[in-house]
Design a protein around this ligand. Structure first.
Ligand code: MEV
Length: 439
């Protein structure tokens, strides 16, 4: 079907947008329209709220919102909200949480909460003059953002430091103002970007009147001012440990054998990037699900975490494990720039619910909860991988998706769930079993 470009799409009303989509991409099919409208909320105010989160909204996109109870973190018990579409993630988190609940729970600690932002600029003059200019202008940069930082400072946050970074060896004339921030419970993107844009303006204005600069040197060219999502100093650690003898993960599997295989699985992820990516993906199954449920920016988290996993020049495991003097120790260290105020936290009713469920945590507390869930998820994945294999549990959970795909009735579902307790789940086996039932 040939579709012509559209202009002024954003100015159309919601129903005009839907009409355009249906007539151009679905040959006017009213069933497609029904599919869109089926997900509208009958509460018009709530629907309007969601419509206005983004542009050109035509409907809502649901993700299941599940709960993993029994997370004991630093002696406090949490029921953790997870928003995710992948079967078995919530089940795995819950299973790990329960397992570690009986073994002292998760120990977590925040190693840092510093965020980063940069003004990228080009200066083609004398390096020493720029250094001296920066030294004499630095205080003015702080003063220029006073009105932006006042409230944050009152609460104990603000700008921690600003440095001038010479990147001219990599790109001609390229320098940065590299600033570090403490944004407390806010993710801080708006705060940081506002400060940076003001730094850029002050930098340019001050250069224009700096007497030691030549005419050309006065023209500092700001390329851009933006926070960095790479926050290696906004870091959290989560850990579990227990005597190796207590690692009774599955009946009939020797605890010492399990522990040794588990540690080998970690070593493999440490040295083999192909494995490390999947290993870390398993961690992110848990991390992202809580990040999404609590209204945080999972794209920022994802891009940062994987950069952090490559910080030594090779992509590696985010988690570690060791066996020492009869003790099994398993830990995770990840950068997490999270917010518990601002953004969606006040706006999205379910995000608000997620925060309340967690007891309205501070950002550092949420970092620790998220890290514990990431570790729990990794524990569940590795436990399956080094014992039964991943498919057994995975396909059991996936069974329901296949049954739903074929619109199985409740009776058919319960009969087949019973049947597949003793048979291997594969897509074709489920289809065949369903056909047999329907004969
Ligand atoms: C699947 O979503 C995640 C796993 O592949 C993680 C892993 O292999 O460690 C099971």
């Amino acid at each position: 079907m040939m579709v012509n470009p559209v202009s002024g799409f954003s100015k159309l009303s919601k129903s005009e947008k839907i009409d355009w989509v249906i007539s151009n991409y679905f040959s006017g099919d009213d069933q497609a329209r029904d599919r869109i409208m089926q997900y509208w909320n009958s509460d018009t105010e709530l629907q309007r709220l969601h419509d206005e989160f983004i542009e050109n909204t035509i409907t809502n996109y649901y993700l299941p919102f599940g709960i993993a109870p029994n997370f004991l973190i630093n002696d406090k018990l949490y029921a953790v909200p997870l928003a995710i579409e992948e079967s078995s993630v919530v089940a795995a988190a819950s299973k790990s949480a329960k397992f570690w609940l009986d073994r002292g729970g998760f120990r977590t600690r925040v190693l840092g909460t510093k965020k980063v932002g940069q003004v990228h600029f080009i200066f083609k003059g004398e390096h020493d003059k720029l250094k001296e200019f920066f030294r004499s202008t630095k205080d003015k940069l702080f003063i220029a953002v006073n009105s932006i930082t006042r409230n944050m400072q009152k609460r104990g946050g603000g700008i921690l430091d600003i440095s001038l970074v010479d990147k001219t060896a990599d790109l001609e004339g390229y320098y940065q103002l590299h600033a570090r921030f403490e944004t407390l419970d806010a993710m801080g993107a708006n705060f940081i970007n506002s400060c940076l844009e003001q730094f850029a303006k002050t930098l340019k204005d001050e250069a224009l009147v700096y007497p030691a600069f030549s005419k050309d040197e006065k023209e500092i060219q700001v390329i851009m001012s933006i926070l960095s999502n790479y926050v290696p100093e906004c870091l959290v650690q989560a850990e579990v440990q227990c005597p190796i003898d207590d690692l009774t993960v599955i009946k009939g599997i020797r605890t010492d054998e399990f522990a040794a295989k588990f540690v080998q699985a970690i070593r493999i992820a440490e040295i083999e990037p192909y494995r490390a990516v999947t290993h870390n993906k398993g961690i992110m199954n848990g991390v992202d699900a809580v990040v999404v449920a609590t209204g945080n920016d999972f794209r920022a988290i994802e891009s940062c975490v994987h950069a952090y996993a490559s910080r030594n020049g090779q992509y590696t495991s985010l988690s570690g494990a060791e066996l020492d003097d009869g003790i099994f120790r398993f830990w995770l260290e990840i950068p997490l720039a999270l917010g518990t105020v601002g953004g969606l936290t006040r706006l999205h009713p379910l995000v608000g619910f997620a925060h309340e469920l967690l007891g309205n945590p501070s950002a550092p507390e949420l970092m620790q909860i998220v890290a514990a869930v990431g570790l729990a998820q990794n524990f569940a994945a590795l436990t399956s991988l080094v014992t039964t294999g991943i498919q057994q549990g995975h396909m059991k959970m996936h069974l329901m998706n296949i049954l739903n795909e074929f619109k199985a009735t409740d009776t058919e579902k319960s009969q087949l769930v019973e049947h597949f307790k003793t048979h291997t789940v594969t897509h074709s086996a489920v289809v065949k079993a369903l056909e047999r039932l329907r004969l």
